[in-house]
Each structure stands twice: as structure tokens, then as C-alpha cells.
Design a protein around this ligand. Structure first.
Ligand code: FES
Length: 112
């Protein structure tokens, strides 16, 4: 395991549909999602305003809805899916090792 891994939590610390905010050093707030027993991570701040996506809702299709104006993103890629969200947010690789969830920050971001 490299030093680029940022520990989020144990896999069983989150339930499906849960969103958790983490703040890795040197990065902005990141939202970590558990959907259908898989984990995803994106910027927590919406690209439309300053809302926190970790205070929104994620569905079983990996779509997160912003709590402010209802715009949506695909949490797998950060792609904006519906108005008023147009600009993508960054998505980050997530690694699960020995039932622990890590952000892989040095691996770069996933391109929408
Ligand atoms: S701040 Fe997220 S949709 Fe407006």
C-alpha cells in the first residue's frame, strides 16, 4: 500500500446509499459514496453552487442529487447529468483492501 492512500473507513462502517465527507490533507472536501456494495468518491462541493453533495442523496444508479437545486451527477465519473449542473466535478479512484476503503489520491482523477 503506497503513501498515496487516504484511509476513509472500514467497508462495514457505511451502508448502501450513504454519503460521507472526508477531508484529505491538501485537497478540498471529498464525498465518499457506498452504492450496491461498491465505493465511489467525488468532490463534495457542487459545481453549480457551494452546496455539499454529502448532504444530498445518492440512488442505486450512482446518481447523486444536490440538496440545493436538485442538479445531479454520476458519482462514478463526476459527469453532470441534469440542470442546473453543467460542469463536471472530479471523481477519484477508490481502493478497497482488507475491508478498508481508501482514496487513491495520487492516481489522478477519473475523467468524465
Ligand atoms: S448548488 Fe448544486 S444544484 Fe445548485
Amino acid at each position: 500500500m503506497g503513501t498515496s492512500h487516504f484511509y476513509v473507513c472500514d467497508t462495514d462502517a457505511m451502508v448502501n446509499g450513504e454519503i460521507r465527507q472526508v477531508t484529505p490533507p491538501g485537497a478540498g472536501p471529498v464525498a465518499v459514496y457506498r452504492v450496491a456494495d461498491a465505493f465511489y468518491a467525488t468532490d463534495d462541493t457542487c459545481s453549480h453552487g457551494q452546496a455539499l453533495l454529502s448532504e444530498g442523496e445518492v440512488d442505486e444508479d450512482c446518481v447523486v442529487e444536490c440538496p440545493w437545486h436538485g442538479g445531479t451527477f454520476d458519482v462514478r465519473t463526476g459527469q453532470a447529468l441534469s440542470f442546473p449542473c453543467v460542469l463536471p466535478i472530479r471523481a477519484y479512484p477508490v481502493a478497497v483492501e482488507s475491508n478498508k476503503v481508501y482514496l487513491d489520491l495520487d492516481a489522478g482523477t477519473i475523467k468524465p
